[in-house]
Ligand binder design. Structure first.
Ligand SMILES: [Mg+2]
Length: 170
């Protein structure tokens, strides 16, 4: 089985700019690339799980999302970081775009995408960690033995790494 880091995207990998979809607006959060490299070296798969209700709200298309997602993964790869997979939820219960209007099980705090990733990559949840900037990013911790870490102004990426190194020695 594999261990994984379940990563939120906006506000965790890149600075949250409210419904970001343009590559030129994408800006890494300080320390994230180095931190992801270290997590990868510690043997974690890096899996992005992102709510993208901007699609449901009609701010950008699913293709727009896929373009910036592809760009981000290529850019990270050129910096030595391999994202194993990325999953996203395009839905919202009050979506403007009808085909995305539903109560889904993939919009965080729902956990459908976490379990999908668990199956796709044979992930041992008890050795895995969810990292995000909102409580909903770590809601998986209520139904699986995943550890959750919130990034905020007090918890920088550099602190996250030392924290994980101290508590996960395996
Ligand atoms: Mg976020």
């Amino acid at each position: 089985m594999n261990k994984a880091i379940f990563l939120d995207r906006d506000g965790t990998i890149n600075i949250d700019k409210d419904y970001l979809y343009k590559i030129e607006d994408f800006e890494y959060i300080s320390g994230v690339v180095e931190a992801l490299k270290q997590l990868q070296d510690m043997g974690y798969l890096l899996i992005v799980i992102s709510n993208q209700s901007g699609i449901a709200r009609g701010f950008y298309s699913e293709d727009d999302y896929l373009i910036i997602d592809r760009w981000m993964k290529d850019d990270l790869k050129s910096r030595g970081v391999n994202i194993t997979a990325s999953y996203y939820c395009p839905h919202h219960p009050k979506a403007l775009v009808k085909k995305y209007r539903c109560e889904c099980n993939c919009r965080k705090p729902n956990t459908g995408l976490f379990w999908q990733a668990q199956k796709d990559f044979d992930i041992d949840m008890s050795k895995s960690i969810a990292i995000g900037d909102k409580e909903r990013d770590i809601a998986i911790c209520k139904e699986a033995p995943v550890r959750g870490i919130l990034i905020d102004c007090n918890k920088k990426w550099s602190n996250v790494i030392s924290d994980i190194r101290n508590k996960h020695k395996d």
